[in-house]
Design a protein around this ligand. Structure first.
Ligand SMILES: Nc1ncnc2c1ncn2[C@@H]1O[C@H](COP(=O)(O)OP(=O)(O)O)[C@@H](O)[C@H]1O
Ligand SMILES: [Mg+2]
Length: 347
């Protein structure tokens, strides 16, 4: 390669740089795997279903819609981990809804998109319209995979994936959203709701979190079935309620379900999540509120330092409790993650 550099001058140097980038990308592909969920259930079926709409010849823009907590992000991450290597460039933009609310949020997302797909020097985009032009010019002949997670406005789509002609032939753009109409307006190939977990899968997911095994012990079977009915097969609720049963005694859990039954209300997901919050000790509740309001997405060590310097005396106990209850997770980059429906409890 060095010989080629001297022979052919700077254009060849560019070529070499490109080759090295591609090789590097292939070599490091195991590190780009996104962390998904600890106990995946039914995910193969969900991925196969989505793939059948995505892996059709030509450029595809596919929307996945469904209510919060249903598993859209989990599905999109799993799909990304499976197929990203087949593309010349790939990018998973997480939490677009939240990220675009930040100062110059959309422009920063455009810059991130370009950086991750081109694996090039960082490109300063400056403003939104310039960003759109750069994306179109630089990506129109590349076969890319782009995942836009949790979109909620047309503006975000126009800024990040405004049309089929933005990307090279064979590219795939997958968008997750709670807003089905948005996908209609932008002419997405297919609207897919996440294939729901069936009853057995829901019971299995609950059981993994409540008992750390795939099926409830017989003495807990009826209790678990009642809980699963309340969760209406919604993965987030199954995870949180299951983790709650794991951390509490059976009689207390039974009592709570009985209260649900007496109040005879159709429990929405917020009521179910609230059960875990209500059972926290006061100081851990306070810690939860601080984290949900100020520290989601931040480095765990930094959060620890900040909270301790503000007089928090329950950090070790608190973080363990919140993780056990599935109210937050620490990802492999040591960042604090919290589902936005859980975060909303703190607001
Ligand atoms: N197929 C699945 N198997 C196991 N857990 C799942 C599955 N789908 C979702 N979950 C869990 O449910 C929670 C909510 O899922 P998420 O993908 O964040 O939902 P959404 O993006 O639709 O709001 C996550 O914590 C995730 O771990
Ligand atoms: Mg999501």
């Amino acid at each position: 390669l060095v010989y080629a550099f001297f022979l052919y001058g700077s254009d060849e140097a560019n070529l070499i740089q490109k080759i090295v980038q591609q090789v590097w990308k292939k070599l490091t592909c195991s590190t780009m795997q996104l962390p998904v969920t600890k106990y995946p259930v039914g995910i193969d079926r969900q991925v196969e279903n989505l793939l059948s709409h995505v892996m059709i010849d030509g450029t595809r823009m596919v929307g996945v819609y469904g209510i919060g907590g249903m598993g859209k992000t989990t599905l999109a991450k799993t799909l990304y981990n499976r197929i990203a290597d087949d593309f010349e460039g790939y990018c998973f933009l997480a939490n677009v809804r939240e990220a675009s609310k930040q100062h110059e949020g959309l422009v920063k997302l455009q810059e991130k998109l370009l950086y991750e797909i081109l694996m090039d020097d960082f490109i300063r985009v400056g403003d939104l319209y310039r960003g759109i032009n750069i994306i179109r010019n630089r990506l129109c002949s590349k076969k890319i995979l782009l995942i836009l997670d949790d979109i909620d406005t047309s503006e975000q789509l126009q800024a990040l994936a405004g049309g089929y002609d933005w990307f090279g032939y064979g590219s795939k753009v997958i968008v997750t959203t709670r807003n089905e109409q948005l996908l209609d307006i932008h002419g997405f190939n297919k609207l897919r709701s996440v294939p729901e977990l069936n009853y057995d899968e829901a019971l299995e997911l609950f059981s993994w979190h409540a008992f750390q095994c795939s099926h409830p012990p017989s003495e807990y079977l009826q209790l678990s079935k009642d809980a699963v009915n309340y969760c209406k097969n919604l993965p987030l609720a199954l995870e949180v309620l299951g983790s709650f049963l794991y951390s509490t005694d059976q009689s207390k859990f039974r009592g709570i379900l009985e209260e649900f039954a007496i109040s005879n209300l159709d429990k929405d997901i917020q009521n179910l999540l609230q059960v875990s919050y209500d059972e926290l000790e006061g100081d851990v509740q306070e810690m939860f509120l601080f984290i949900s309001c100020f520290f989601v997405g931040e480095d765990k060590t930094m959060v620890e330092t900040m909270l301790k310097s503000c007089g928090c005396l329950c950090w070790e106990k608190g973080i363990k409790k919140l993780m056990n209850l599935s109210l937050l997770t620490i990802n492999k980059w040591n960042k604090v993650e919290m589902h936005d429906l859980i975060q909303q409890m703190g607001h």
